[in-house]
Design a protein around this ligand. Sequence first.
Ligand code: GLN
Length: 493
Amino acid sequence: MSKLTDLTITAAREGLAQGRFSALELTDAYLSAIEPAGDLNAYVLTTPEKARAMAQASDARIAKGEAGPLEGIPLGIKDMFATEGVRSTACSNILKNFVPTYESTVTAHLWRDGAVLLGKLNQDEFAMGSSTESSAFGPAVNPWRRNGSSQPLVPGGSSGGSAAAVAAHICAGAAGTDTGGSIRQPAAFTGTVGIKPTYGRCSRWGIIAYASSLDQAGPIARSVNDAAILLRSMAGHDPKDSTCADRPVPHYEDAVGRSVKGMRIGIPKEYRVDGMSAEIASLWEQGAQWLREAGAEVVEISLPHTKYALPSYYIVALAEASSNLARYDGVRYGERVPGRDIVEMYEKTRASGFGAEVRRRIMIGTYVLSAGYYDAYYLKAQKVRTLIKRDFEEAFAAGVDAVLAPATPSAAFGIGEKSGADPVEMYLQDVFTVTLNMAGLPGIAVPAGLSSEGLPLGLQLIGRPFDEETLFSLGQVLEDSAGRFPCPDRWWE
Ligand code: GLN
């Protein structure tokens, strides 16, 4: 038998049901795999005692024939999720001692279905970034390396710890969040599958807020089917989040393996951005060919406002962030640095609690919302957002079932390579991912090939609102054609 930690969720679920191993054995296997993997810096907190207690409770339920859909499956959780009694920091110093007294709805759904908490995963501070380098706990490291090189690479971001942990087999699957690509880009950088569902599919309640009109939770997993299993548990109506949709959650696994014959796949010509590398372009063409071979029809489409997505995203997201982060004032939440008077206390608290990228974003966000610039920037960006959404609506109305695009403009880059003086270098990472968040649409990233340097590359499928099922069906076609991408060299073990 292969190592327990090498089993997908799909396979582990079967092994548990057949009694081939216990939930406690599976959890212990993960806990021992986490220990030597410190160099990946994927976990910012592990909860071994809680994990073992949860696993024992799972074994008891399995014995009674009361197993839930995720019974005994050990998961890691991005530190954006509030977990009751377990420190939750958003990887910011301002929340470094925050222990929530409540559980986020999404994680509560996972525990309801029997999953086991291994610990909290590294991320960019407040999910602001594309590399996990802005974490107050230091960068997470990609398990993948370039051929013949030991240079540490980023696992993407902001859910970089989640993606690194899934790729390194130090959790069976992970929960992430995606405001502008934070699930899909790290998945693409690590050879894993990540889906950002439709805005409103998962409850945002108890998730530390970055940009409320864009934030969505979703899974990172080792296979399309595993992602389908996880999303089914995470999703669902929640009266505590008024933007959470009150509609039934499909049994997503049923869509995995369903025929895609006759589906129409749009290839947006505007995504052929200047300077796109030849290997990304050919990966994209290869993906279209695989879908054609599976019986889908591939057509060129136009999404004319694409080029405005990135700049307008970085106005809307930062405006909302400046407002959401106003709550960290040293009074109600988090750390406090005393001052002579209340104003100085605010200033000192916020200056010392937030890292450089977060401070930059609060300043930009405050600026675009200020009386003098509101119309020029924020209002304009909101209008552009409507146009971006309309582009997709028109494509779907013309009969397109899903859109195929690259997930990222490049493979994983080196730690420090894009975190220099110009923040725009990093923002450009999000060129293919932010459009969906602006439009509220679901998107899945599936690994589809390797770069010339031996690093994983991902393709992205974008679907109609609440049609994650089509994405799972198409995603499985890509997985069947490309194969899976386990990390070839486990240098950290
Ligand atoms: N990289 C994007 C940003 O920094 C997206 C982050 C995210 O999706 N949380 O805003």
